[in-house]
Design a binder for this molecule. Structure first.
Ligand code: 4NP
Length: 153
């Protein structure tokens, strides 16, 4: 069993897509019993909210429903509950590394780098257009497939 947490800034745009796409691919691969999957934000401004409408829309266009997700803020307990904590950009990774408690065994990494060795951010689409959300979707779709591939026996 591997517990994976996807973390961005607000947990309404990028990490809900990363979570939803990975969960969808895990279901297609019939590997749901092998993972705990969740997402969180470095900040708590949007706690309790649904994903941004533009993230819900782009996911829906690809046949994935993320509307049931609710935003939450990262908590120190997450460093005991999750094996792998993936920051969607470098600021997120810095925030996560700074709050990781001594003795926590969790691996904190940059999402695209851990997934397929591409040391790049998933760009924040919050002030962007629908096309920026499509870009996030495609980045997450590829990264998610590569990440899942590393867990196939
Ligand atoms: P996310 O996008 O980190 O991908 O969820 C953002 C959401 C909200 C804000 C910034 C980025 N905000 O400033 O409220």
């Amino acid at each position: 069993m591997t517990a994976i947490l996807f973390v961005c800034l607000g947990n309404i745009c990028r990490s809900p897509l990363a979570e939803g796409i990975f969960r969808h691919q895990v279901e297609l691969a019939r590997m749901t019993d092998r993972f705990t999957i969740d997402s969180a934000g470095c900040g708590g401004w949007h706690s309790g909210e649904r994903p941004d409408k533009r993230s819900i829309t782009v996911a829906q266009a690809h046949g994935i429903d993320i509307s049931g997700q609710r935003a939450r803020q990262i908590h120190v307990d997450d460093f005991d509950r999750f094996d792998l904590i993936l920051g969607l950009d470098r600021d997120n990774v810095r925030h996560l590394s700074a709050m990781q408690p001594q003795g926590s065994q969790a691996e904190v990494a940059l999402y695209l780098e851990k997934a397929h060795g591409i040391a790049k951010n998933v760009p924040d689409p919050y002030y962007g257009s629908a096309a920026d959300f499509e870009t996030v979707y495609r980045l997450c779709e590829k990264a998610s497939a590569a990440l899942l591939e590393t867990y196939r026996i």
